[in-house]
Design a binder for this molecule. Structure first.
Ligand code: FEO
Length: 369
């Protein structure tokens, strides 16, 4: 359902209630693909939606204006969850000028075969009438083409992937759902999508800090109008890899419970020091849940028995996933049991060293602690 944000500014996105796996990351509350419509002297669509939702998206537009009235289409980001409907919209509104960054134009051509894109420059302003859009490229938040668009007259930041959350809901604003719900979804979104790009997030935050903002309109989830300071300060903290020295995550798998005995012992010791411990058996835990638990944890222990001269596949997957997202400035502890060859602890140590984590003494036990 369409949502008015301010006079002549509308949310025209769609809810995806069914999605539970967003390119490898679990989304227990589904997601939305947000797009926006500005009705001014020049009518402008900002972003589109994932391809299967094209009919709903087009119907939202039709309720507010005719396709032949659209003057501009802004593509803040060409990942298919935001550009999937672009070809059909462009076909229905051939007169509309499409705007994207230079990288966006390349990706739109590669994905959709479209080459009629107007390339925007950092800080360039597109006047729409009483309102305007200033383009703020934010490369690698989340892809090389990513940008935000700012409307100074109404103090609206269309932030694209930044500040998003994967939540499908009939509610559209932060104060309607409340931070109790948003807390975990902002956390898992940052940990699984944004975490590798801390420096690029800081550059975006530097630009955002200079803006007067009433509403942040991201490309997923609810819009921020009440808790703007909260979400911006979370991004400040996470992008600087700030951690809680009292938070410990212990992630492991086990064959005959001996590595599990080590995990439990590490948990008991951490708890006796007053730390909050998250103990995750990776046989039953998705990697995206584990990295969310790690987002603010200073100490991260990873354990596996040796299996066929390697770690267990669950731990191999975890190490691959964590190394890709590369949380920084952590303290790692490798642990595991073995019978004869005993490679697992060394493999975990190497992964931690590859991420430049400090390491505490590893725990490697023959047969049984
Ligand atoms: Fe939501 Fe990077 O796309």
């Amino acid at each position: 359902m369409i949502q008015k944000i301010k006079d002549n500014i509308y949310w025209i996105g769609v809810n995806d209630y069914a999605i539970r796996n967003f390119h490898g990351y679990l989304t227990p509350m589904g997601s939305t693909y947000n797009a926006y419509l500005v009705i001014d002297e020049q009518i402008t669509v900002i972003d589109s939606v994932k391809a299967p939702f094209t009919p709903l998206f087009l119907d939202n537009i039709k309720q507010l204006t005719g396709f032949d009235k659209i003057d501009n289409i802004i593509s803040n980001h060409a990942e298919p969850d935001h550009s999937g409907s672009l070809p059909e919209l462009a076909r229905l509104a051939p007169q509309a000028k499409i705007y994207a960054t230079a990288n966006g134009a390349k990706i739109i051509k590669a994905y959709h075969g479209m080459d009629n894109i107007n390339i925007v420059q950092p800080g360039q302003t597109l006047r729409l009438g009483a309102t305007s859009l200033q383009f703020l490229p934010a490369p690698m938040v989340h892809w090389p083409d990513s940008m935000a668009s700012y409307m100074p007259e109404l103090k609206i930041l269309f932030s694209n992937d930044a500040f998003g959350q994967h939540i499908a809901s009939e509610y559209r604003f932060d104060d309607q759902l409340g931070m109790a719900v948003l807390d975990e979804r902002t956390r898992d979104y940052y940990a699984n999508i944004v975490l590798p790009f801390g420096m690029q997030v800081q550059k975006l935050l530097e630009q955002v800090g200079k803006l007067d903002i009433d509403v942040i309109c991201p490309s997923h989830g609810i819009m921020w109008r009440t808790h703007i300071d909260d979400i911006v300060s979370r991004y400040q903290s996470w992008s600087h890899n700030e951690t809680d020295p009292k938070k410990t995550v212990i992630a492991y798998d086990t064959m005959w419970k001996t590595t599990e005995m080590l995990a439990q012992r590490l948990a008991d010791e951490a708890q006796s020091r007053g730390e909050t411990v998250t103990l995750l058996n990776m046989a039953d835990t998705h990697v995206s849940t584990a990295i969310t638990a790690m987002l603010e944890a200073q100490r991260i222990a990873i354990g596996s028995p040796t299996l066929n001269r390697n770690v267990m596949a669950t731990i191999g997957g975890l190490l691959t996933y964590v190394k890709g997202l590369a949380p920084k400035n952590r303290t790692g502890i490798a642990f595991g049991s073995y019978g004869w060859s005993g490679e697992s602890v060394g493999i975990i140590e190497q992964a931690m060293d590859d991420m430049s984590w400090q390491r505490e003494d590893s725990v490697k036990v023959n047969w049984r602690p």
